[in-house]
Design a protein around this ligand. Sequence first.
Ligand code: DGT
Ligand code: CA
Ligand code: CA
Ligand code: ZN
Length: 595
Amino acid sequence: MATSTENSPSFYSHNEMLARLFHQMALCYRYLGEEERFRAQAYEKASRTLSGLKEDISGYAKDISTLDQLSGIGESIAEKILEFLQTGKIRTFEKLKKKVPEELLPLLEVNGIGPATLRYFHEKMGISNRDQMEEALRSGQFDHTKGFGSKKLENIKRALKMHKETQSRMNLWEALKAGERVLEELQKMKGIKQAVLCGSLRRRKETIGDIDAVVTAAKKDWKPIIQFFVNMRDVGKILASGDTKASILLAQSDIQVDLRVVLEEEYGAALLYFTGSKEHNIQLRTLARDKGWKLNEYGIFDLKSNHRIAGNTEADMYKALGMDYIPPELRECRGELELARNHSLPKLIEQKEMKGDMHLHSTWSDGAADIGDIAAHIQSVYPNYEYIVVSDHSPSEKIARGLQPDEFLRQFEEIDKINRELGSPLLKKGIEVDILADGHLDVGEDLLAQFDWVTASIHSGFTRDNTKRLRKACENRFVHCIGHPGGRLIGKRAGYPVNWAELFKIALDTGTALEINSQPLRLDLTDELVKAAIEAGVTLTISTDSHALSQFSYMQLGIAVARRGFAEKSNVLNTLSWKQIESFKKKKLKKLGLP
Ligand code: DGT
Ligand code: CA
Ligand code: CA
Ligand code: ZN
């Protein structure tokens, strides 16, 4: 379908398409081995730069020298960008694809399978897709092969399984972006009264199988609406097309979108039905039946008289069933029906209540933006924020260019200077300090004492039980918060084992906060752990862990996880002023019995 040129704007932005292309090129180079290591890194970096860019890349693409100024874009990659913008293709990539087993490359993204293993599979065993790989593993072909011990085989099997799951589900951020664009397109169609995204996307699940959209319209408009939908730009494939519904795959991403058209007066009933979850709906239907009613996608009806009791809005329907309105994020059968009946649902936290972001990276370590640009961006886009905590990496994080102690001191000077220029203490001095294998931190106490806010995180040892390590970090007087406490990466790495009940108790007893990290592949703590942490009385933070200006908008993902975990404003520390955060820190010292 449509390739990208400046004259035919595409569903995906240039930045996204190039970021994806460069990522694929990086995978090709990784596969080719050690000699191409630097190319692999360069393309990966360019990919990150592009996905973090605020403006469309074509704005920079007057000539190679303007592109060259972007961090991570050298002359050779700048040429590729121009080539892509002009022709919609990159010849080098077309050639590169012929040298590698393309279908196997995505497996490199999963922990447990490296390039050498893949090359062995392909070159020595003639395997070029995952089905063949699974078959070879199943049939025991490797069981006596040198270099493939049982542990390694287990890892490969686990990685394959995890990979299969990611292939069938997308992350919440990707789904939100695609969903927004589908809505934008639909809103251009005459006759559509309301258009709304339902399903797991409206419930804000961490991964999404497909996108469900419901639109309302007069019956005479249904046919043209369905026609419009299946002929939208960037439809890659039509899966089904009927009188009231249709399904398509978006080009390039293969994301499935299901559309359903209903009458205006069916809006509430359709919304409720297609939002799910399925289990929540089943429970509602049972409640209706107990009252002698029937509940379906058209409304609630009396079984005897067939009289329609409710259905225009969702709120009507919950009310008819004797309940308060249940926000979509809670519709997972985790006790919400009972609470709604007792009028005691939590008042879920909202993004507008956030007063700051407690975890972000600058160019001092592995971030893409410098502190001055970050401050300006926050002031213009997040006027509600009273503070943001610059939290670059500590020395052990070599790949992420962790800072040495003297660099932190110089960073403090820069922060003070920018705050003076801003005329407000927007920037706070923070650090994401590494928790070492034995639970100690990799920065001395003299330095730690000088930060406004210390987040301690685990970045190694992902397979063992890390409860003890985290306990030790919580017991450290200088640690205010544990970053991404579970350590998982969705689709790439399972979280390490933790005794959560024990950790929640330690966090509470030591006055340490636990983070909800809003990066799309982290979302860590998970919604279920958020709920358990709150029940245990633990204080949470919600932060973006931003590595680029565009990532500050991940806050909405962290908020979604918090809401799914029943969090209210009072459970989240960074809904408070900095003065109140200072008193949270003082309370920690008191709890530890320190002055
Ligand atoms: P996903 O797409 O796997 O992330 O999850 P959902 O929840 O979006 O599921 P999906 O797309 O299969 O269906 C969308 C909604 O439609 C679902 O949340 C509830 C409703 N639904 C679908 N199939 C059924 C069904 O067989 N019975 C009932 N009661 N509701 C259904
Ligand atoms: Ca769905
Ligand atoms: Ca669906
Ligand atoms: Zn981290």
